[in-house]
Ligand binder design. Structure first.
Ligand SMILES: [Zn+2]
Length: 421
């Protein structure tokens, strides 16, 4: 490759400051969704620096390395989870947005990163006009086949102008787990200002920096996630772009997320008391100072050491262990904890695109659950955000004496009627 696929962050993408605190460095890690073909053609697998820094001015948590989206999303196979937990969550988002925006009146809902259209279909069912924008052409094509109009483009100011010209202003612009993937947030927000009606809402769902720290969800750190936001940080960002934070809801998905709504600064929306309250809580809990992030880094190191020790100890005692759920965060967890084929026999996953391939960096074969003929003694649960649903689904495995290792916030072994450490 002639051009360097990595750009190193100097100025903060929110406030422009160059005063950074080093938080954690995981060394070089392969791309979280870069599953490998099993035919041995992966000798040139690339790894990229995975380090988190905190802006001492606005407290954005950012990766240091921005991998070129052409490289990062080349092998992107994430398809919105069809799980029961996620289906319920999509309906929750519609309900929460529907409390604020008149969906039944046919207002336009535009979703950024609309994937295969599940969320928009839920909005259409509530009466809204819908339009998806997603640069992944394969996913956009699936969405269109399902009847969800979708532009296969990046959302930027130019796309926003084109959409406004053709469809009119949007009552709601939604971005679920995409905003934290964006490097040039200024251009996206310029686009939002172009497209959003004066009484419209821009609503994003992003991993919440406070949950990342409190729940020690460090394995949600991977190259796609360029930013982790506090409400204070988002509030400052919106203000720079003529928007005002009007509401926020904390949600339990993906290790702790927030649904944050902003509106044109001079628009009719009242700012909910929750916004000021959360910003004040962040300040009071120390999230504007270095110490919280230093303590986080120390806890991450302890958990990694404990998990490696637990898994290796079980293997040394003759237990057979496999991984459960070839999630993106599993790539981070396995690579930074140094767990691979020596410890884990295979990794089971229901996604057909991952089956028959190898996990990035650690090269563990991914198999379909129905192809597991000899279940292990323990499964290391990489999709721990679905732990309760998975434990219910795997009751036969548990009743047969099987155990699950839940890796974070501290490694815990769970089996039938047994909760031990
Ligand atoms: Zn900053």
């Amino acid at each position: 490759m002639s051009t360097d696929p990595v750009r190193f962050v100097t100025a903060c993408r929110v406030c422009g400051s160059e005063r950074w605190q080093q938080v954690v460095s995981f060394g070089k890690v392969p791309l979280a969704n870069g599953f490998l073909d099993a035919d041995g053609s992966h000798e040139d697998e690339e790894a990229y620096p995975l380090e988190v820094i905190s802006c001492r001015t606005c407290r954005l948590l950012s990766l240091t390395a921005v991998v070129d989206p052409q490289v990062l999303y080349r092998t992107y196979s994430y398809v919105t989870s069809g799980s029961e937990t996620m289906a319920r969550h999509l309906r929750t988002v519609v309900r929460l947005c529907g409390k604020r925006v008149d969906l039944a009146g046919g207002g336009l809902v535009v979703e950024l990163g609309s994937n295969t259209g599940d969320q928009l279909l839920a909005f259409r069912a509530a009466g809204a006009r819908i339009l998806g924008v997603d640069p992944a052409r394969n996913l956009a094509a699936i969405a269109v086949d399902r009847g969800v109009p979708t532009l296969p483009e990046y959302f930027d100011s130019a796309t926003a102008r084109a959409v406004a010209d053709e469809h009119g202003k949007a009552a709601l612009i939604l971005g679920r787990h995409v905003f934290a993937h964006i490097d040039d947030v200024a251009d996206v927000l310029a686009g939002v200002r172009e497209l959003l009606a004066e009484d419209g809402l821009f609503t994003i769902e992003v991993p919440y920096a406070v949950d990342l720290v409190e729940q020690l969800a460090f394995d949600t750190i991977y190259h796609e996630h360029l930013s982790y936001f506090l409400i204070s940080t988002l509030d400052a960002l919106f203000a720079r772009h003529g928007l005002r934070t009007v509401d926020v809801e904390r949600l339990p998905v993906h290790g702790g997320s927030v649904l944050v709504s902003a509106a044109p600064a001079e628009g009719p929306w009242r700012t909910h008391d929750r916004v000021r309250a959360l910003i004040e809580q962040e300040r009071a809990a120390g999230y504007l100072d270095d110490a919280v992030y230093d303590a986080f880094a120390a806890r991450v190191r302890t958990t990694c050491t404990d998990l490696s020790r637990l898994v290796r100890g079980l293997v040394a005692d003759g237990h057979r262990i496999a991984a459960y759920g070839a999630s993106a965060k599993g790539t981070t967890l396995l690579n930074i904890c140094g767990l691979g084929r020596t410890e884990l026999e295979f990794c089971t996953d229901t996604t057909p695109q991952k089956q028959g391939r190898l996990t990035p960096g650690t090269r563990i074969p991914v198999v379909a659950p129905e192809d597991v003929t000899r279940p292990p003694d323990h499964y290391l649960l990489l999709a721990w955000n679905y732990a309760e649903e998975i434990l219910r689904k795997e009751s036969a495995f548990l009743e047969g004496g099987g155990r699950f290792i839940i890796p974070v916030p501290e490694p815990t072994v769970r089996g039938e009627a047994v909760v031990s450490r």
